[in-house]
Structures are given as structure tokens and as C-alpha cells.
Design a protein around this ligand. Sequence first.
Ligand SMILES: Cc1ncc(COP(=O)(O)O)c(C=O)c1O
Length: 379
Amino acid sequence: MKVPLFDLTRQYQTLREEMLKKIDETISSGQVILGENVKEIEKKVADYIGVKHAIGVASGSDALVLALRAMGIKEGDHVVTTPYTFFATASAIMRLGALPIFVDVDEETFNISLDEVEKTLKKDDKVKAVIPVHLFGRSVDMQRLKEICDNHNVKILEDAAQSIGSECVVNEKKVKTGSIGDAGILSFFPTKNLGAYGDAGMVLTNSDEIDEEVRMLRVHGSKKKYVHDEIGYNSRMDELQAAILNVKFPHLDEWIEKRINAAKNYAKLFEKHEVQVVYPTVPSDKSYVFHQYVIKVDRRDELREYLTSQGVGTSIYYPIPLHLQRCFSYLGYKKGDLPVSEKLSQETLALPVFPEITFEEQEYVVEKITEFYSRRKGL
Ligand SMILES: Cc1ncc(COP(=O)(O)O)c(C=O)c1O
């Protein structure tokens, strides 16, 4: 049996007719840049997340840059974030000439440690913003983070690239990640929980000023054609990608439910096989939407090699924490500075998870992991 880490083709088969029709309609309309499809997905996502504005841009990476800039982050500012995330979270800070301040993560949740954030804000008054990442689809405790940031007059940009649909409780109300900070961002990279068939992203905000600024920045800093108030970017969400997202959007909650079910199945299988891996607990609410299903294991690289030889796709998120990346070496971090992130980068392994994965495929994955560890014990 072969179990891929992710399979885009299964989902496409179920939506193919509708998708092709919508793509044809879009191209036939002649309106292929910032047309009705972009407006439609912006409205749908804003309503779904519970924010006043959603602005379609070219990618999640661009969404981070545009949102930070619209929030007023500029050269010399400090921005606190996690080193245990995808590169784009931190590169966005550098692109504006600001300085990323990496703080360590929590070993249980893999998310930024709020104690560390608080300590940093107490001693560094150049910090103007914090970027929490709802990693693997698990929401950060936004109630507490908001209290910490409000106390220090620091802004929040939520990186919800991996967490569309996940919820957390703020002021005793269930709210969606991406709606709590001054702004939030989404990525529609093809493998995300809501994925396009190319690059696309979105900025989310309740602020009219941020909305206006991002809309201007995405079209070269211009509100009126060929009149440029600022130097912006060419970063529009593509009309064809928006068309694809409009076809997929009605299925999002059902797909999230299926991911959560797959995570429950893994937990049952690990329990049954009594295999020595640390696997995530599945909460009863929607605080974890399992964009990735990540376990912690001994002899990770050997296990990965074994699983590859047995036809099981896996991935390592992330093998080098950002503070140790060569391109950030001038920041002066060294090995041992952020020990939890460094440890996780050696121990974590992402297993196949996607809405269409079958129970038999999951059984096979867990059997192969069990087999690897029993061989070692000589059982
Ligand atoms: C946490 C995080 N932030 C930002 C991004 C960037 O998104 P994109 O790939 O759409 O540029 C990604 C996705 O790849 C991500 O996982």
C-alpha cells in the first residue's frame, strides 16, 4: 500500500465538473483580474471568520508583509514571533526592515510560549507587534495573548495560514482564529485546509484603515488608476484562484470535520498498538483543525526512512528553527538559545492527514510505525 502525505487529486475528482464550469465561466467573462470571484470569496471568508474586511492577495507570504505594513510596522521596529514556523512568518518582518525577536515555544502545543512573550515585552520597549502562529491548525490562547499585548500597547498580527476554521474563546465567546488580532492572515496554498490550485492569500481585519491601506498596497499603492500615493506591490488574488476557492469554500467545514475524525482515528490506533510515540490529544471543540498531524518520536530520521521505504509519505515541520537559519545568522542567535524549538525540530514527524484519507490507510501507517519500534526491541 502507498499512503501519500497529502493527495490533492481525490478532492479534485469530486469537484471536477463544477470546477471546470466555473473556470470556463471566469475566462469567458473576460474579467480575469480583481473581478466578481475575488469579491465573492472576500465576502464569504469575512462572514465565516467574523471580521469586517477580508482582502484577497497573491499569497499568505504577501499577506503578512502587506498587513504588517498597514499596521504601521517600519524600519527598526521589533516584532516578536516564533522560530518554529514556516519561513514566511519571519521574512515578512525583515522585508519591512524591522527586526524579528524570536521567543521559544511551548513543548505541548508547539505554539509560541506566552510566558516568554510576556517576559520579552517587559524588557524590550521597541516591540511594536507580536505575530502568533496557530501552528498545524491549533489555536494560540488569544485571550491571554491579547491581555499581555494590550498591557504593553503592542499590536497583534495573527498568522492563521494553517488554521482556517479553528476556534478559541475570547471574552467567553467562541471566535475564529484570524479575527482577534489587529489583523490576521490566511494562506490558500494548495495543501492548506482551504487550498487554491496555485498561490493565494488573504488579510483579515476589523479596521477600516488597515483594509483601505492593504487594498491600496496590493495594487502598487494606488487608489485611483495610475495615481500612486505610496510604493506598493503587485499582489492581487488571482481571479481564477478565487473562482476555485468559491467552488471549494462550501465544503470547508465538512473537510475540517473529516480531518478531526482522522486525528481521532490515529489516536485510537496508537492506543490500540501501544506504540511509544507522543501523539496529539484531540480536543472536543474546534480549537485544533489538524492542518498537520504531528507526532513526537525517538529516532525520528530512521523512522522516516523506514516509512518512506514502506510507501508512507511523511514530512518534517520544521527541520531547522528559524533562529538558526543561515539567512538570519546576522541576528546573532546560536544553538541552545531556544531549546524547545531546537528539540522539536529533531523529534517531530508529520503523518498523512487529509479529508479523504481512509481508515485502512491510517491503519497501515500506524502498523508500520509499530513494526519499526518492535523490530528495534527484537519482538
Ligand atoms: C505559518 C505559515 N505562514 C505563512 C505561510 C505563507 O503562505 P503562502 O505559502 O501562501 O505564501 C505559510 C504557508 O505556506 C504558513 O504555513
